[in-house]
Write a protein that binds this ligand. Structure first.
Ligand code: ARG
Length: 592
């Protein structure tokens, strides 16, 4: 039976072939089920089952020589008639070429038109805690945090779409010794801070000033430490100062989140105060802490240990993350914890996951832990990303420049002459924020990446600008055929998506892969697969559109014929592309 969701073709074929293989070879219990795409030659079908060769090898190990072609034949004999497969053919050394049924494909795409792009059914609804963005109070929210924000948001969006129960956590660095110097400096510079809000618009400068005093002046340093102690013992004036500083930072962060449409729940380091104390006691009771010159350490499987308690009794980043793991599993009921930071923290998380496992915080079979890392952001000179004068780039300035550049681009294409001011503004924001996000997401996150407005605003290749244009063009086809949404609904009821022409079929098959692309990303959490897929859709669409008329016009430009089946195919394409954009956090516009 078929439901209205987009089934995974891969899952469906795997199930069919797995059953066929067990039926054909009951004596080989672990026979591998290998299903793959067939590549570009239509002669080889759409998918392949490549299990015959490895099964022949397994027989060989048992001393039996059976040619893989023979094995393939026996598998094929066990595949029942199904709605999804049109025919099977054996080729070469035992490949089974699978030809998908067009009527099945058309049924799935028709469902997309009728019910929207419903996600494939989830085997198990897990609760996922995604820790991303996580900038530090008073310090610069830098391009690394921007990557974490963009990638983390896309991962959260993907999992939300698939039906997971996602918690988006902003683990803000809002606790620690840096507050000592900030508060000490605040008291010196604005002694009246309790009555009058100090003018700290530029919190980063304030941070730099305090840091300079802290580094240069031993007396100040001493007072800064005293402030930490007072803050930790929750003296009201100190808590007030701390809150003030945090609020100022928070407002700055929020501006970025609002612009990029990022939703986060703040649960920062300070939240874990008592939890850290509990975790330390627990580890101590389990005898897992070792005394090392006054500090308490814990070993994972690395050369370097984690510092759980410093010699002055204070806690560390390691302590706070031991607490986050425990809290997120026990209290937030997380089945899957995802942490995003740059690759520089890889060792920290390997060690952390190992220590948490050794401490018995979770059952490896039940909880999945991922540290999702990404490479550094480079400038066009391939050096660390900086402004011309050598300062760190303020994220707000970067977004502003994006807006300006996007507008230039649209004007260069003379879009300002055809769009209303409101449409132009929407297109500008879509292009600016879309290109910044897309450039990040379309690169393999494990690599470092060069931030270049020129590159991301190119209108050729796998860029946001190209894809956003492609999308609006597809959207305009039905509009040009005078089909509004009412009319479209009517057509969907009465007509089928056309898949007969070679190029229609090629596009249709790409669209059918949507669920499989998403499932793959849940494995490696690499969003560039989705960007590549989006690009593949738009290329397949161009090929289709170049060789298949959707609308025929006479010499005077009047529409003489509308090919409804093809219009429907453009509509499904647009729906699936829109869903991809949505998962990537990119907002397409219908006019651009
Ligand atoms: N605030 C940290 C930083 O800027 C990132 C925190 C990531 N989350 C975590 N649970 N360690 O590097």
């Amino acid at each position: 039976t078929l439901d209205n969701t987009m089934t995974s073709i891969y899952d469906k074929l795997s199930t069919i072939f797995s059953a066929a293989i067990s039926a054909a070879f009951p004596d080989i219990p672990d026979a591998p089920v290998v299903i793959a795409l067939s590549g570009n030659n239509p002669k080889f079908g759409d998918y392949q089952c490549n299990s015959a060769m490895p099964i022949a090898n397994l027989f060989k190990q048992q001393g039996k020589k059976i040619p893989p072609q023979e094995i393939a034949k026996q598998i094929v004999e066990q595949v029942p008639q199904t709605d999804i497969i049109d025919k099977l053919e054996i080729a070469g050394p035992g490949f089974i070429n699978i030809f998908l049924s067009k009527s099945y494909a058309s049924h799935i795409l028709q469902n997309v038109l009728k019910y929207g792009v419903l996600p494939p059914l989830l085997k198990k609804k897990l609760r996922v805690v995604v820790d991303f963005s996580s900038p530090n109070i008073a310090k610069e929210m830098h391009v690394g945090h921007l990557r974490s924000t963009i990638i983390g948001d896309a991962i959260a969006r993907l999992l939300e779409y698939l039906g997971y129960d996602v918690l988006r956590i902003n683990h803000i660095g809002d606790w620690g010794t840096q507050f000592g110097m900030l508060i000490a400096h605040l008291k010196d510079k604005y002694s009246d801070y309790l009555n009058r809000m100090p003018p700290l618009e530029n919190l980063q400068n304030f941070y730099k000033e305090s840091k300079k005093r802290f580094d240069d002046d031993p007396e100040f340093k001493k007072r800064a430490y005293e402030c930490v102690v007072k803050l930790q013992s929750k003296e009201p004036d100190y808590i007030k100062a701390w809150e003030m500083i945090c609020d100022l930072s928070r407002k700055e962060f929020q501006k970025i989140y609002d612009r990029l449409d990022i939703k986060l729940t703040e649960m920062g380091e300070s939240f874990y105060q008592t939890h850290m104390e509990d975790v330390v006691k627990l580890l101590e009771n389990k005898g897992l802490l070792e005394n090392d010159n006054g500090r308490k350490i814990m070993w994972g499987d690395k050369e370097i240990p984690m510092t759980i308690v410093k010699s002055d009794g204070g806690f560390t980043y390691d302590t706070s993350d031991m607490a986050t793991i425990k809290y997120r599993i026990d209290e937030l009921n997380g089945d899957w914890l995802i942490y995003l930071t740059d690759a520089g923290q890889a060792t920290h998380f390997q060690l952390l996951f190992k220590c948490a496992e050794n401490a018995g915080f979770f059952d490896k079979k039940k909880v999945r832990l991922d540290h999702v890392t990404f490479g550094v952001v480079l400038g066009e000179d391939r050096k660390k990303f900086k402004t011309r004068s050598g300062d760190t780039v303020k994220l707000i300035d970067l977004l502003d420049e994006g807006l300006k550049r996007a507008l230039d681009k649209l004007k260069e294409k003379e879009r300002d002459k055809v769009l209303t001011p409101e449409e132009l503004k929407q297109a500008q924001e879509a292009v600016a924020y879309g290109c910044i996000k897309y450039a990040d997401l379309s690169h393999n996150r494990n690599h470092e990446y060069v931030f270049s407005f020129d590159k991301m605003l190119e209108d050729k290749g796998n860029t946001a600008v190209y894809l956003l244009y492609a999308y609006t063009r597809i959207r305009s086809i039905a509009r040009n055929a005078n089909i509004d949404s009412e009319k479209m609904k009517e057509l969907i009821e009465k007509h089928n998506v056309s898949l007969d022409h070679e190029k229609e079929w090629k596009l249709g098959k790409v669209l059918l892969r949507f669920p499989d692309v998403l499932f793959k990303i849940t494995e490696d959490l690499c969003l560039h697969h989705l960007c590549e897929y989006l690009y593949e859709i738009s290329c397949a669409f161009t090929e289709f559109y170049d060789s298949c008329y959707c609308i025929e016009k006479d010499s005077s430009g009047d529409i003489v014929k509308v090919n409804v089946g093809r219009i429907l195919l453009t509509e499904v394409t647009a729906l699936i592309m829109a869903k991809c954009f949505d998962i990537l956090g990119v907002k397409p516009v219908s006019k651009m």
